[in-house]
Design a protein around this ligand. Structure first.
Ligand code: FES
Ligand code: FES
Length: 180
């Protein structure tokens, strides 16, 4: 099967590859780039474990083709820490015990980072609504919500996110269709 050339800036680094047109972004990230922090929980757009940022917007990467990300910026969980410092959301998930097995955690944090970038001071209800596309089988969600509220109170969460370019039409379209 002939490949399609793509260039995607992942965590600030340009990555060129030739991919099958049917390759999902999540498999491109995990299998081609070795970024296994992005998880696959369902492959059917239900669980949110695969959430990454595409041009600054949270998307479920099992619902995006790698070729759709051509020319875009992608941020994964590996791209959140800066200079050896955890992102405030990572700190807050740790301090508030917002995880147990941790399988959902990368997707939760990427979805929460998008939420705080759009709404730096969310209410409890707004956090719950903002994360409704992300499923957790372990925690009962209470500590996850607490962690997001703690990161919001720190006032630092949006400012250390990878600054992305204006959202591309592709990212807007995918975001509208999928949500995270
Ligand atoms: Fe479950 Fe993508 S792997 S939504
Ligand atoms: Fe186990 Fe969320 S911590 S699925």
């Amino acid at each position: 099967m002939p490949g399609v050339p793509v260039r995607v800036v992942v965590n600030g680094q340009a990555r060129d590859a030739v991919v099958e047109a049917r390759l999902l972004l999540v498999h491109f990230l995990r299998d081609r780039l070795g970024l296994t922090g992005t998880h696959v929980g369902c492959d059917t757009t239900n669980c949110g474990a695969c959430t990454v940022h595409l041009d600054g917007q949270a998307v479920k990467s099992c619902t995006v083709l790698a070729v759709q990300a051509d020319g875009a910026e992608v941020t994964t969980i590996e791209g959140l820490a800066r200079d050896g410092e955890l992102h405030p959301l990572q700190e807050a998930f740790w301090s508030q015990h917002g995880l147990q097995c941790g399988y959902c955690t990368p997707g939760m944090i990427m979805a929460a980072a998008d939420l705080l970038a759009r709404n730096p001071d969310p209410s409890d209800e707004e956090v719950r609504r903002g994360l409704e596309g992300n499923l957790c089988r372990c925690t009962g969600y209470e500590n996850i919500v607490r962690a997001v509220l703690e990161a919001a109170r720190s006032g630092k969460a949006p400012s250390v996110e990878t600054p992305g370019p204006p959202r591309s039409e592709a990212a807007e379209e995918i975001g509208r269709g999928v949500g995270a």
